[in-house]
Design a protein around this ligand. Structure first.
Ligand SMILES: [Fe+2]
Ligand SMILES: [Fe+2]
Length: 396
């Protein structure tokens, strides 16, 4: 094999090693170290350094090096390296400015018009100077490294931006939730008997959605719909809402307007979640089409509407109202069971029973429903009731 061919093969394998080092999954520092190792090996140099130009501070940072004195590398001036232009690897010789103790070749690293840094080699282990071929190979390598470093720094910038965005988003979500809670408190405050109703409905609905396997974003939307479902009540008179005697048909009509009002209010808000306004609009619809405000047929009722409807009714039944006593938990569950298919959805009911039963049995880390139930409830009786319904609803 001729010397040229041997050298060419050697160069190709060096490039292959380098490509592998650059694209490996290792962490950046490890990767950059092995890149330098491959390069110094290829050029039989016992000194090597990779310098990265940090634009904001206008400084050259040593990413990795071997054999040089750190103080010597610190003396290199980025402006002087940039002034070399995008030239090919440069034989330093005795250049007074670029001579760093023992450095023989300097390759400026550029990507398009962007100065990225520099690669230094020195301490040649074999006799004779570096050849033109060596410089050509180093040129190819320098280009690859420049691109890899540039990608890494773009990636780091992007990660910083993503992190910043994530923080902002978290803050916004925090403020948003605070506002929602204040809103819900205002709704519930209108009616002395429905204190915390919206909060509980939000919790129950989200717990059902979670058990149904919805993703976090969808669950959050469900939660928000729970909070806002009765927002339309803000437009209904306090006297009517707090009336102790039964409603006249006209009064009932007036109260029923609240879901349409909830829809008009929420439709003006640009939510990051789908269907919030649909869920609040239709939370009093029924599967048999006898609900309000639109008496929709069951095919038109989304899962979200079905969840909200059940959560809302369960909380309404287990809360004291001006015109009636509250029901105990077993009776309320019995009532939901009785109105299955005509009013409440089979699957939603099954899932609701499963969540509540898991909460009673301590199988969920953070219970959402149980803490709001009557403290006098006999949990073993409720659990037995739920188990019965789960078994019944699970059989096809
Ligand atoms: Fe309502
Ligand atoms: Fe409600």
């Amino acid at each position: 094999m001729s010397t040229e061919l041997k050298k060419a093969l050697y160069n190709i394998s060096a490039l292959a090693d380098l490509g592998q080092a650059i694209t490996s999954e290792n962490d950046f520092h490890e990767k950059i170290q092995s890149v330098l190792y491959v390069i110094t090996g290829t050029f039989l140099a016992n000194k090597g350094a990779l310098l990265f130009y940090d634009k904001p501070t206008n400084k050259l940072n040593t990413l990795t090096q071997k054999g040089f004195a750190p103080a010597d590398l610190d003396r290199l001036n980025p402006e002087e390296l940039m002034s070399l232009g995008r030239n090919e690897p440069y034989l330093i010789g005795d250049d007074p400015v670029l001579a760093v103790a023992g450095a023989e070749i300097l390759a400026p690293l550029w990507v398009r018009d962007e100065f990225i840094g520099a690669l230094l080699l020195g301490g040649k282990l074999t006799v004779g100077p570096y050849t033109l071929e060596d410089l050509e190979l180093l040129n190819v390598i320098a280009n690859q490294i420049a691109i890899a470093l540039n990608n890494h720094s773009l990636f780091m910038d992007l990660s910083d931006k993503l992190e910043e965005n994530r923080r902002l988003y978290e803050e916004m979500r925090h403020i948003y939730h605070g506002t929602l809670q204040a809103f819900a408190a205002a709704i519930d405050a209108k009616d002395a008997y429905t204190k915390n109703h919206s909060h509980r409905v939000a919790k129950y609905s989200a717990a059902i959605a979670r058990e149904l396997g919805w993703d976090e974003h969808e669950i959050e939307g469900m939660y928000v719909a729970g909070y806002l479902h009765d927002v339309g009540k803000l437009a209904i008179s306090n006297t009517l809402l707090n009336k102790v005697t039964p409603f006249t048909p006209e009064e009932r009509e007036e109260i029923r307007k609240h879901s349409t009002l909830s829809h008009s209010i929420t439709a003006k808000i640009k939510f990051p979640w789908k269907n919030v306004e649909d869920m609040v609009w239709h939370h009093h619809e029924r599967l048999d089409g006898r609900g309000y405000p639109e008496a929709l047929a069951q095919e038109s009722l989304s899962d979200g509407v079905r969840i909200l409807s059940l959560a809302d009714s369960f909380d309404a039944m287990t809360s004291q109202r001006p015109y009636r006593e509250k029901m105990d938990v077993q009776s309320a569950i019995g009532e939901l069971r009785k109105n299955l298919e005509s009013q409440f959805d089979h699957k939603v009911m099954l899932v609701f029973c499963k969540v509540l039963d898991k909460e009673i049995k301590g199988e969920l880390p953070e219970p959402d429903i149980l803490p709001h139930l009557d403290r006098d409830s006999d949990l073993s009786v409720i659990s037995a009731l739920l188990e019965g319904i789960i078994a019944e609803l699970s059989t096809p």
